[in-house]
Design a protein around this ligand. Structure first.
Ligand SMILES: Nc1ncnc2c1ncn2[C@@H]1O[C@H](COP(=O)(O)OP(=O)(O)OP(=O)(O)O)[C@@H](O)[C@H]1O
Length: 322
């Protein structure tokens, strides 16, 4: 199937000389939930802004549903809904008129029934006549989503959708995302919250210093990079890992009450049988054991750390950062 978004050889150097994106290639599949992860300043917003036609690329191409986002801006943009991080709408407008205006921007005929559905789903219906300025921060976030959905986009971008929102709104957003996916909408979200990506995404892309260093199915990513740990709670505390066990990937907990054995999820042989035999030989008794798997967060921290020593993408980057 043709990807709904196709990014090729994308570079972005801002006027300051700062290279925010370097040679990004990315295909987004129709109907998937794609999470773009990366630390502050990695280039997530820049990438989204280019796909949405708000920022021009320095080189490379982006097609949204087959339309070039620069050459065929209007056609491409009409397929896309963008929920930005901040509201830059007229504070004196009512919720209804600002959302209706957003729909009109894309040349869509008025459709009060659709707008009502969107506002109801976002628990904004009883606020439809309120002025934006009179809304709470959370309600303003809901208005941003309503605006993005007003023209029935096939692709929805959510830039840090749940940063600073309360539990209820976060829950509502996740539900909304799943509902939209059921309707066939493709969703791309950026997030700092690994938990969010872990719970919601089908695929994950990791962006670091302007480079997309990894794109993977979430399940495969967790299988590939995930580690499992087996924790053995000891009968008697130890003050160090016994000599005879020193060749194994074992660590003693700080209080000396548990031994933690780490192994690859992928590898065929976990070494657990050997571990248990050697423990018995060394006379180490345990009263309990449990295993746990690394979270996406562990994987992400590991990725960022192991890439921390990479050189910046160009010399200008060093200057700006210095
Ligand atoms: N208009 C601009 N001019 C110069 N540099 C810019 C401009 N916009 C962004 N940058 C720089 O480009 C880099 C990437 O910024 P971007 O906003 O894309 O990152 P991000 O991954 O979205 O970060 P965050 O998680 O903090 O939102 C940053 O170092 C930023 O300072």
């Amino acid at each position: 199937m043709q990807p709904i978004i196709s990014v090729r050889n994308l570079d972005k150097t801002y006027a300051s000389g700062f290279q925010a994106l370097k040679n990004v290639d990315l295909d987004i599949r129709k109907g998937e939930i794609f999470a773009l992860l990366g630390p502050n300043g990695a280039g997530k917003t820049t990438l989204i802004s280019i796909i949405c036609g708000i920022v021009n690329p320095s080189s490379g191409t982006v097609l949204a549903d087959g339309h070039d986002v620069v050459a065929e801006y209007r056609a491409a943009r009409s397929k896309i809904g963008l929920v930005p991080q901040e509201l830059s709408t007229d504070a004196f407008e009512s919720v209804w008129s600002t959302v209706a205006f957003s729909r009109g921007l894309f040349g869509k005929a008025p459709d009060p029934a659709h707008l009502e559905k969107v506002l109801r789903e976002l628990s904004l219906w009883d606020k439809k006549d309120s002025k934006i300025l009179a809304l709470s921060g959370g309600m303003k976030r809901r208005v941003l989503i309503a605006k993005a959905l007003a023209h029935e986009p096939q692709i929805l971008f959510l830039d840090e959708p749940t940063a600073g929102v309360d539990v209820e709104l976060r829950h509502d957003m996740w539900q909304m995302v799943h509902r939209l996916r059921e309707q066939g909408v493709t969703i791309i979200l950026t997030t700092h919250y690994i938990e969010e990506a872990e719970q919601m995404a089908d695929r994950i892309g990791v962006i670091l210093k302007g480079e997309l260093i990894l794109v993977e199915d979430k399940a495969a990513l967790m299988r590939k990079l995930g580690k499992k740990q087996l924790t053995l709670t000891l009968q008697e505390p130890l003050d160090r890992v016994p000599e005879g066990l020193s060749g194994l990937p074992l660590e003693l907990s700080d209080d000396g009450n548990a031994l933690v054995y780490t192994f690859d999820v992928q590898s065929e042989r976990t070494g657990i049988a050997t571990l248990l035999r050697q423990l018995a030989e060394q006379g180490v008794d345990f009263k309990d054991l449990h295993s746990s798997e690394s979270s996406l967060e562990d994987i992400f921290v590991h990725l960022v750390r192991s890439n921390a020593s990479r050189p910046p993408v160009d010399a200008a980057a060093t200057e700006v950062r210095a």
